[in-house]
Design a protein around this ligand. Structure first.
Ligand SMILES: Cc1cc2nc3c(=O)[nH]c(=O)nc-3n(C[C@H](O)[C@H](O)[C@H](O)COP(=O)(O)OP(=O)(O)OC[C@H]3O[C@@H](n4cnc5c(N)ncnc54)[C@H](O)[C@@H]3O)c2cc1C
Length: 643
């Protein structure tokens, strides 16, 4: 191991040069003059991928992969709207930068491709580097960090895969969503759970049947790579304006399902017409009062208030922006509606009287589980039902007449913000925090879907027979060549061990024959059909699983006890490992329960929106200032829990 002695000891090593690590770098540069004056300070930025874009936004990936955030909304430049101690450094959004530089078109009117976003991020990095104060030295290492020597000591070093040991008494861990090792059942092909990977998808032969688990954003990425990416083309009919798919003949047959059986709702193509009302029922003060009550239960006490806020926001927008579709004065409606719980019969009666068209009524149950009423349908009826739902959701998300649905998405964000504030302040007990996370998975379903054009493409692929929906509550089993014997396939699949062990014990002809007959089977209890294939595509990001992380540094730090795994109570109240790194005041906690005071965990987050007080920037600013103050001689610093 050769130690790099060319840099001063006052140093920080940022591991991961994606959006998070690059933004922390920007905040260090912005805050350094105030905190360090002209003292020398070294910043090591470590990533095998180019700085700025990192791995997720690398510019060499397919242009078929798009961002799921509107380009005009997101920015890497913290403007004056961010309430942080460091200075504002305003700059363009992705959308403005692409327009002015001509470095990439917007798709579906609003969305940049992922490589185009990567070009913006790399430009951001170059700008930050060009503006570094002269006493700051930046060292970019295109390498993977694999170990930390002398953790916590002044002579702490980060070891890179090439053998270089980088001296840095402080560390920022900004590694993003890391991959997780999964079992590979013998005789079958399993791809994922992981982000869409062109090389991995290349293992799927043309025309092969594939069972797909997951209908979210990773599914959409895979879908495009396996269809347009294999030469198929989408074309809009001049006759009816609908999108059609012309197959190339190389696409596989995808049997796709998920818990709800439908993909998340597409992103709205329009905005609110009227300003949203501030929350009234689910405020931080109301939650604190509930939390003090004996026997507090999140699902019973808080979640109904969240639904109440969604209903209020919906009708507020409907009455304000589309009064011609209502029969009552907005204030009169609101005054009565506030008195009823959202599921109260009197609320339903009031809505029927005030809003004549049932299509305009808001039904949270239907919205969050659109196929709830489905009972043992045939496969063709299911395809029609799902396509009808997709068409309806595209219509509502594209047509400004349905801006009330955008109000629901915004209200979810507001309600999530209230609960996030309590969580970050440590005010939610663990069971309530776990329940809140579970409930708010519905938030992703309602608000974090793909651009609407992606849903139109999915409808076209379904009509062309490339995609077959398998239904709500789809489970996938691996059948190891024994008729009638099926096991659940989970991330830690038992059948995989079983099959591996058997094949390892005796490589008999029978075992080979069993493996040759093995299949994955997708079925839904509410559909009269099941589908088999020898390939399973787990189309989702893996859940965090520190014990199985593929990241060599995290694996090493965990084994050595320098970091540990977080626990949270399960439904029965028993502590369970969550798979995430345990953190206290923004610092990883070691196996003995001590916070690593000079290490900062900066996990992945959505891109910050311009002109908002984005937590992303505030936390990066806090980390940067803590790093600089420590370097200036102030000792380790706390940063907020949300980092
Ligand atoms: C496929 C995908 C699409 C997404 N789309 C959107 C979107 O449209 N809009 C949105 O708001 N959010 C999106 N997100 C959320 C995403 O988390 C953020 O956009 C963002 O990329 C997170 O930034 P990050 O820097 O934390 O992580 P990353 O961008 O993942 O960067 C982490 C970096 O750390 C490096 N690294 C990891 N381990 C090591 C190591 N041991 N040594 C050295 N380097 C290491 C990696 O190579 C990587 O470059 C998406 C996420 C994914 C995975």
């Amino acid at each position: 191991m050769n130690e790099d002695r060319s840099v001063p000891r006052a140093a920080v090593c940022i591991i991961g040069a994606g959006p998070r690590g690059t933004s922390v770098l920007e905040r260090i540069a912005a805050n350094a003059p105030e905190i360090l004056g002209d003292r020398e300070f070294a910043i090591h930025l470590v990533d095998p991928f180019p700085p700025g874009s990192g791995r997720t936004w690398r510019t060499t990936q397919s242009e078929l992969l798009w961002m799921n955030s509107a380009a005009e909304q997101v920015t890497m430049f913290p403007g004056t709207s961010v309430r942080c101690a460091g200075p504002a450094r305003p700059g363009p959004t992705t959308g403005r930068w692409l327009r002015e530089s001509g470095r990439g078109p917007l798709h579906d009117d609003r969305y940049a491709s992922r490589p185009a976003q990567g070009r913006y991020l790399q430009e951001f990095f170059h700008l930050v580097r060009a503006r570094l104060p002269p006493n700051l030295r930046l060292h970019v290492h295109r390498a993977t960090a694999v170990d930390v020597r002398h953790p916590g000591a002044a002579h702490q070093c980060v070891v890179l895969d090439g053998g270089l040991a980088v001296p840095a008494p402080q560390l920022v861990l900004a590694q993003g969503h890391t991959d997780v090792e999964t079992d590979r059942p013998h005789g079958l092909v399993r791809i994922g759970p992981a982000r869409a990977d062109e090389a991995e998808l290349g293992r799927i032969p043309d025309g092969a049947p594939v069972v797909v688990r997951g209908l979210g954003l990773v599914f959409v990425d895979c879908l495009l790579l396996l269809t347009e990416g294999r030469g198929g083309r989408f074309a809009r009919s001049r006759h009816d304006g609908r999108l059609h798919y012309r197959p190339s003949g190389r696409e596989p047959l995808l049997y796709a399902g998920s818990r709800r059986g439908v993909p998340p709702y597409p992103k709205p193509a329009h905005d609110l017409t009227a300003p949203a009302p501030p929350p009234r029922h689910l405020t931080a003060a109301a939650c604190r009062a509930l939390l003090r009550r004996p026997g507090f239960d999140f699902d019973r006490d808080v979640w109904p208030l969240a639904l109440q806020e969604l209903c209020r926001a919906y009708y507020h927008e409907l009455f304000t922006a589309h009064p011609e579709r209502t029969r009552m004065d907005r204030a009169a409606f609101a005054a009565q509606y506030e008195h009823f719980a959202w599921h109260d019969d009197r609320a339903a009666k009031l809505v029927r009287a005030a809003v004549p068209d049932p299509d305009d009524h808001f039904d949270p149950d239907h919205l969050t589980d659109p196929l709830a009423g489905l009972r043992r349908v045939g496969p063709l009826a299911l395809q029609q039902r799902v396509r009808a739902h997709l068409r309806d959701s595209v219509r509502r998300r594209r047509d400004p007449r349905h801006s009330a649905h955008v109000a629901v998405v915004r209200a979810l964000g507001t309600v999530g913000g209230v609960l996030g504030e309590l969580y970050n302040g440590g005010e939610l007990p663990p069971a309530a925090a776990a329940a809140a996370l579970r409930r708010f998975s519905v938030g992703a379903f309602l608000s974090s879907g793909p651009p609407p054009l992606r849903m139109e493409q999915l409808i076209a692929l379904s009509e062309a027979g490339v995609v077959t929906f398998t239904g709500p509550g789809t489970t996938v089993t691996a059948e190891a060549g024994h008729a009638g014997v099926a096991h659940d396939v989970d991330d830690h699949t038992e059948v995989a061990h079983d099959v591996d062990a058997r094949a390892g014990e005796a490589r008999t002809a029978a075992a080979h024959a069993a493996a040759a007959r093995a299949v994955f089977r997708a079925s839904s209890p509410r559909v009269r059909a099941s589908y088999t294939a020898r390939i399973l595509l787990d189309a989702r990001l893996p859940d965090p699983d520190l014990a199985r992380t593929a990241d060599p540094l995290l694996r090493r730090l965990l084994t050595a006890g320098h970091i540990s795994e977080e626990t949270a109570p399960d439904a029965s109240g028993r502590p369970r490992a969550t798979g995430a790194v345990r953190v206290r005041d923004g610092h990883p906690v070691d196996a003995a329960g001590r916070a690593q005071g000079t290490w900062y965990l900066a996990g992945p987050e959505q891109f910050p929106h311009a002109d908002t007080d984005a937590g992303f920037f505030r936390r990066n600013d806090e980390i940067a200032r803590a790093v600089l103050r420590h370097a200036a001689g102030g000792g380790p610093r706390r940063v907020s829990r949300g980092s």
